[in-house]
Design a protein around this ligand. Structure first.
Ligand code: OVM
Length: 402
């Protein structure tokens, strides 16, 4: 009897998940990926991909086998990103990951951030009232989804006013750079030196206000919980991971409600659903679509043997719409329980800022639900293409006041 090499039966795809068409609408590619098998070899990039919920969730939980420390982008960042030292959180695993993670878990914990509730509600009210005073038509991205996080989050971290306009383009480039070196990355590369210098300058102790997350991170260095060299990189993580993600999470929930008016009526009847609505939008749209892991050993998934050292692309967005896990996955539905979605990741790397994201979203949704009877799309919507993010450039909205 001869034994076939196990890779002879592995599912393969020649598709490019970072192509224009897939970035414009990733759903057909993802459905195809899930149908091909639990893990699929992507010829174009010599990587593996997981698109089904069960395997994505299991792999994200198994950091020993599917490591982050070798980089969570396509390439080995250690050689290819001279402009960015690895993140101490995203691109690390235990034991190095533990102290930075523990510090942020505390600083960004649900209890710790409750002190922000009142002032954020006042900021949201003022932003929405000023916007609506200009008339019933506005851009859901620029005027709301970007405007609100940019109003509250940099203050919460404690960075100066100057240079805040660099936050979104810097994040955009970092998220692009997790993908292949395509035209999105080439375009961003023109400003990367300037942008990374600008962000780095905001992370030093003397630039940060006394009462923000940034100073709390430096206080952890004073206590000896982390080193002084680690502190600015942990502040950088907040500035990198905390802006583009929440902007596109808020855009996702606005788009979801604008295209599902019955769900908006439901939220208005029961405002306590704002948090569920946001998590359902994060499941439905998955603002962070993908991250890579690296196999630390030969590992079999389905009929495929993934060799040690290979990159595996985890499709959070696809797992969040896997019909094997979700009933009517393409429906944005406040009646479902979206918990267990992998839109914030899963396991030890699960988004440490998720309570901030939920507080931002529920704060703005509560104000909108009070003021606005209905939301509709009033013109052509435009996606913003990014190798990692499912993002929006423009959402022209028209609202009817309550
Ligand atoms: C970081 C980082 C950067 C981008 C994304 C992210 C979603 C983290 O620098 O730690 O998590």
């Amino acid at each position: 009897m001869t034994t076939q090499p196990i890779t002879a039966t592995r599912p393969v795809s020649s598709a490019d998940p970072f192509s224009y068409d897939v970035l414009e609408d990733p759903l057909p590619f993802q459905a195809d990926l899930r149908e091909r098998g639990p893990v699929v070899y992507l010829e174009k990039y010599d990587v593996y991909a997981m698109g089904r919920y069960a395997e994505v969730q299991a792999a994200l939980t198994n950091w020993q086998t599917f490591q982050s420390a070798a980089g969570v982008g396509l390439s080995n960042f250690r050689y290819e990103k001279p402009w960015r030292q690895p993140s101490l959180l995203l691109e690390a695993d235990p034991p190095h990951h533990d102290a930075p993670r523990a510090i942020l878990t505390k600083i960004l914990g649900p209890r710790e951030i409750r002190r922000l509730t009142e002032s954020w509600a006042a900021d949201a009210t003022e932003l929405v009232d000023t916007l609506l005073a200009n008339g019933p038509e506005f851009d859901g991205v620029a005027d709301l989804a970007a405007a609100f996080p940019l109003r509250v989050f940099p203050d919460a971290v404690g960075i100066p006013q100057e240079g805040r306009e660099d936050l979104l383009p810097y994040g955009d480039h970092v998220f692009n750079a997790f993908g292949p070196p395509n035209e999105l990355v080439e375009k961003g590369a023109q400003r990367v030196a300037e942008l990374s210098a600008s962000i780095a300058a905001k992370c030093s102790r003397n630039e940060l206000s006394e009462d923000g997350f940034g100073s709390q991170i430096w206080a952890a260095a004073d206590r000896g919980d982390i080193t002084e060299a680690q502190a600015p990189l942990i502040v950088r993580s907040l500035l990198t991971a905390g802006v583009d993600t929440t902007v596109n999470g808020l855009a996702a929930v606005l788009y979801a409600f604008a295209t599902n008016p019955d769900q908006w009526r439901r939220l208005r009847q029961e405002p306590a659903l704002a948090r569920v609505a946001f998590d359902e939008a994060v499941r439905w749209e998955s603002p962070v679509q993908t991250f890579f892991r690296t196999a630390t050993r030969d590992v079999q998934v389905g009929t495929t043997l993934i060799p040690e050292g290979q990159k595996i692309l985890m499709f959070l967005g696809s797992a969040n719409r896997d019909p094997r896990r979700w009933v009517n996955p393409d429906l944005f539905d406040l009646n479902r329980d979206p918990s267990g979605h992998v839109g914030f990741g899963f396991g030890i790397h699960q988004c440490v800022g998720q309570h901030i994201a939920r507080l931002e979203a529920s704060t703005i949704l509560n104000v909108l639900a009070k003021r606005i009877r209905s939301i509709e799309i009033m013109g052509p919507t435009r996606r913003h293409h990014n190798n990692t993010l499912r993002a929006w450039e423009s959402l022209p909205l028209r609202v009817q006041l309550a």
